[in-house]
Design a protein. Sequence first.
Length: 547
Amino acid sequence: MLWLAVVLVFVVSSVTFNFHTKKIPVIESIMPPVGAPGDLIIIKGKDFGSLRDTSYIEFGGSKLTASSYVSWTDNEIKVVLPANIKDGLVVVETKDARSKPAFFANTTAAPVAVSHNTQTTMPLITSISPEKIFPGTLLTIKGVNFGNSRERSKVYFSTDREIKKEDQSIQSGSEDSDFIEASDDDFNYVYWNDGEIRLYVPDGASSGFISVETPKGKSAKRKLVMDSKAGKKSYISPRTYLVQFGVDIDETNGDKDSDIILRCPRPFTTPAQPNVKMTEYTQEPVISEFQHTIIHQTPGAKSALGKRTFQQNFAITVYETRTQITAAKLESGEKINDMLISSFTKPDACVPSDSEEVVELAKKITAAEKNPYNKAILIYNYMIQNFQIEKPSKKSGVSPVDLIKHKKGDAYDFAMIFTAMLRACGIPAVPDSGILVNSDLKSQNHWWAEFYLAGFGWVPVDPALGAGMEFQSWQKYYEPSQFYFGNLDGQHIVFSRGWNEIKPSAPNNRIVQRPKSYALQSIWEEASGKSIKYSSYWSNPVVIGVY
């Protein structure tokens, strides 16, 4: 029996020794944190093992194939990113253990700064056609040195915007604050090669100039004439707000491999809101701009740090929008970008445009009317005359269709139903979500809408303010019910345009949503790990200054 006891002691000792000597791989950095298929990705850390053997790397839940690995050492792994990898959590798994995840983003979806190479040839525009255009026109630009693919290159157009002397630059890459760039969100870009660019003229463009910017530099401006027979849009009286918002994470209690990923909404850039700049933060983001969000990552294991605050401050310049529209001179709806029509006329998680009640009411209100502008104003007038506006509701599970049933609802219901009825009529429309700033600088979550007209562009509408919602404005408008159809004051700060469908970073992550908030997005928090508990508190945006 003595020999048996000795064997048991030896076995137990061996198991204990092996348990304590297991090396858990640790990812310390991923360079670059944003990359594209074909890029060399370098993962640095420790305890990866001197040989790959059966170890592997996951990107967003997908294992890399053997051909992706370039080298593998105990503290550095080099891989070539394959084409099928998107974005998400990166994990190194060895025979001993699985690392805590780190975040990686695909450059095809994440904006990144591009350094200029002054040693190469600048882009040059030789011709544009047609010469007379309007918003939504398919424009062909010919020239040289545009690059064989667009990547982060841009096309800029003049816009009718009142310029503040102290604000001579609206964003990286533009010389003057009276220029806007073509928009990916509106599917403006169609085709790009070294000698030719085809794109739809963006919303807010006006007569003036056009230029092309690539990593090589910016082309000389070329004159452009807009045919404004359908109307005119202008941006006046700019104000710059200092806005603060964020989230607190506390009472974390999870396994050592757990993580929390935060998707803080990032204020949108639009022709009326051209300057959006992060000025300060309490924790440096993993990625400062990805899918219209700011990404933070924090361990889910119990922390001696206690509460962790992820707060950011932004300087946001907002213009008042004014429109003058001649409905009879609008272009045919057939000339609208097909991608824009298909994306902004279908139902989604916020806009119930396929609801039977919505379709029937829209048909009843518009009757035999064919003109999209006239349809929109008929729907707007019906809503402000027949529906009662209430203060924001605390209930998030109630469908906005209840507005039709009960004849009363909040700003969210008004914006979603207005958008839904326009989409049901085949008119591209999008709900805007953000904050409304009162004259005392107190802010509140708010929702309004825009609809698209061929030959003109996006038209702003705030059905809730038009219906008489209480609001302290700096300027008294002659008649709010008339003003807020086609115009917008400079006290609306937009955080999202339409529903932002975000995919989780890993398939099994726990997801947290925040319905009826200041941004319309599918994911606000992700938690990874087998067992994790924590508390979170999201602060609504507050205005801490204005000038």
